[in-house]
Design a protein around this ligand. Sequence first.
Ligand SMILES: [Fe+2]
Length: 443
Amino acid sequence: MRSPLEARRDTGQQELRPWKTCAFTELTAARSRLLRMLEGLPEDALTRQHSPLMSPIVWDVAHLANYEEQWLLRALGAPALTDSSVDSLYDAFRHPRASRSQLPLLSPEQAFAYASRVRAASLEWLHQLPEDSSAPLLRGGFVFGMVAQHEQQHLETLAATLQLMTSHAYRPAALARPRPARAAQHEVFLPGGPVRLGSDAPWAYDNERPAHSVHVPDFLLDSHPVTNGDFAVFVDSGGYDDARWWDPQGFEWIHAQGIRHPLFWLPQQGGWWRRRFGWVEPLPRDEPVQHVCWYEADAYARWAGKRLPTEAEWEKAATGSDGQPRGYPWGDTAPGPAHANLGGDTWGPSPIGGYPAGQSADGIWGLLGDVWEWTSSTFDGYFGFKPFPYREYSEVFFGTEYRVLRGGAWASAPVAVRNSFRNWDYPIRRQIFAGFRCARDAR
Ligand SMILES: [Fe+2]
């Protein structure tokens, strides 16, 4: 199913498909993934706080239902389903994650029933809405795209919660991953010039808008993300003890926290192993490193004589240096299994070089999927930014506190991944599925 994201109205390259069909497909895909992920988990696993960094799983389930009720029902004038008394419990801004298990939350049974009632009502409402409304929330089906992406983004967060969970074993059946195509890391030269950043596609978020042009000088970018094997050399050569490579704040922080290697790595039997959900396994050296914070990525890059790319450089690499507008590195076709490791069912990154069909026009691999890629950029609005449909989606996070991540991870859904998609997080965050690739000035 093609989504409106690839129906690139702004480029005029693709015909816009009816958004109601896309909305139905994406909402249904998100819900079946939610049920698949949580199937069989006992009540205690659903209600327990697995980490102060994460919500109890049952909070996420009811929050998804409440968000959907607010945006697909109440905001669109649908008949009332519940009153708004439950809203404050599931307001992410009102209750920090670490305190959510203390709230009088719905039980798992009530939360799943709430989610299913809201979904039935919003699909019914979807059928009744006009296809061609000019209301800002409905233009191109925006608000349905927003809710489908929101649900998938929470499912990625739930995957991080399940990875942090130690009270119960979680061993989903992982799909076989593609074999690497004898990938070798090398640098790709990207010539300087104007780059089109952002998107005006119907389901793009406010922080991606408006599409605009910026100048990026010549630079070199790694053809693949940094692998576990690459990163282990940095760790084993004392990289975590050498202040020369680190941002001073980061160096102080990793030492205060006793951090000596990426999260979930285990020194065992004279080498490196890792815990991935319910498995403990030798560290695969050819997979992109994940669970490193921005400080660790930045330090590695400096040690390697390189740096992290800016987000403009990253987007230029994803779009291609030939100036052709592309929604994805390979073109405008929606991501499929041949393009990138996305959607969550592999339960981990793939070895580099597994997706030749996902290469960019300049021969850069793995830009979408596998791991989010930290950039050197802080998160801010583009020139002409307008908050839509609410300030708390993006605008309240603008400033120097957060670093931008690009590209999406194995746990990200195709609907929530594109060249222009911007993610952001604190530079100390390690539980997210983030890695990086290095860049260098071209001299
Ligand atoms: Fe949310």
